[in-house]
Write a protein that binds this ligand. Sequence first.
Ligand code: ADP
Ligand code: MG
Length: 670
Amino acid sequence: MPTKTLDTPIQYVKGVGPKLAKIFARLGVFSVEDLLYLVPREWEDRRNIKPIIQVRPAFFDVAKGEIMKIEDQPTRSRVHILKVYLNDRTATLQAVWFNQPFLKRLFKRGMKLIVSGKVEFSAYDHVMQISVRDFEIDTGDNLKIMPRYPMTEGLYPKKLRSVVKTVLDNYLSGIADERVRQALLALHQPEEMESIARARDFLAYEELFLFQLGLLLRRKEYKEELKGRKFDVSQEARAEFASLLPFRFTPAQERVLEDIYKDLQGGRPMNRLLQGDVGSGKTIVAVAAAWLAVRNGYQAAILAPTEILAQQHYNKLLDLFRDTKLKVDLLTATTSSDKKRAELLEADLIIGTHALIEEKVKYRDLALVVIDEQHRFGVHQRAQLISKGVTPHVLVMTATPIPRSLALTLYGDLDRSIIDELPPGRMPVKTYYVPRNKRSDAYEFIRLKVKEGRQVFFVCPLVEESSELDLKAAVEEAERLQKDIFPELKVGLLHGRLKSAEKERVMKNFLERKIDILVSTTVIEVGIDVANATVMVVEHAERFGLSQLHQLRGRIGRGAEQSYCFLVGEPKSEEARARMKAMIETGDGFKIAEADLRLRGPGEMLGVRQSGLPNFRVADIIRDEKILQAARVAALELIGKDPEDAHNRWESQRSKIENSKKKLESSALN
Ligand code: ADP
Ligand code: MG
């Protein structure tokens, strides 16, 4: 018999078993401790349930009464409806269940029920009706505050509550901290509504505190303990680099470069986040740092999220360093030959995709690592690339101007620099919403612009990397545009499934203006830089998230010409309309990110599942922003006052986190 520790698998709790354990896994509950931290969504106050006569239509309400009548109503459609009339001497309420015919056997006339769910007025039966989400037989002693947990198929609220009770009774003592025990009790078995919020905030604080402690300890390690290579940042080297550029750095770029130079000569590894809106000129700043690494005799690497972007960086850098001795090389999944890999040892500056971090890839002396569009990678990749060098300097770049609370969570261990202005002469892109039946107006406009010598992006959604349907739509759109709409123009097609050589050829043709209109999936979303492209049409714009639309639109408006973006679509939901509106109203990445966060929440906003955002059990980094700030300050204080205590607390937490991560991974395999 397993002992009663917090890491007892949930399966072994009385009344659970292997079948239910699988369902618990869907809620992220593997152990007893996980269940203790499964925070209810809401709480129903059943102590003062109002009389039925006062029940009104509501998204959610609770009522109770005695069963007067049971109607089993098989309808002609396949839905089975069970209607139970409840009365409490003030009025009658009709409770309905869909497709649960077996419940009929449970109910008897005269039985007292508590029901909760959505309340509407049934015009059909002319009575107030509640669609039951949860019910219970009223035993007199369950008229208290009832927690409501996240729902999942196959696990009824009542069952979940009874397992929680078993776990509280048998395992809660395993939690060492008295305050945490109290808080958990206050959430699962609240005595009063008032203490719930306090308990939740306390647990969120504890969680965020430990998380920030981890980040800040790592940052301290970088700043005080790890050795970094000391670069010589001479005036001469800087001037030499500046002389290669066709433009001058903006003041914002200069400022950020100063931060970076300071890091590079300090003797500790740089660990810095560079934020800047799309088109603000991050690449060249990173390249300036790479130049210094090479001048100091080391290698530097730039990691890009897509092959197309890596190729573009590579071409631009080849060109930039044409007259210097610096050797640029490219490494992607398709440059796999061993010979090529051997050449890497010779190269000074290596551009590449994920291939850069493969185990086989060896570097001569990698001293600086740049990660472009970090939000496209997981934290994992950051760590892997870093492991390729002896604590190399790291510069992480992102265009997603995430709000502060998110930044503190994702990048709380990094120093931060921001490019907050665009290069001179940029005009804001004019953005319009175009209903699908008005598309031809946009086509006429495009014809005009192409005549003036401009180029055009047509973006088709490819929501899932593997969606054949979407891919087909893009291919067909390209054919349609070429044949039916723009027979006199040259239409090209670009998507992720093309062979690398083909992608490269298409991009090259577009750059050389051999293609007027480039139909593309979202592979162009990040990084692509073609200044002569000034018009973008986004098809099915309602299918894109806001941040993604902003990134896409960032592909135009990169030169001195006025640029135009047409969002074609049929936004059906309120939310989709809000997205279109935000895009039309502002070009400010920060405002867009905030709107996106409001509309979709952090996980979705960052786009990828592996965004590196930790799964907090209680905390919600948006809602708990204030708590987060306080936790960070407190963590900083503790590290200052008692670093040893800080270390110990974090260590004990870390092993726990790693354990549960392993469990998650192994369960994902099953
Ligand atoms: P992002 O920050 O989105 O990665 P890029 O680095 O691709 O932006 O830069 C966008 C464009 O602006 C590039 O063509 C780049 O050469 C150009 N650029 C960068 N800095 C300057 C500058 N100071 N003055 C003029 N153009 C610049
Ligand atoms: Mg970029």
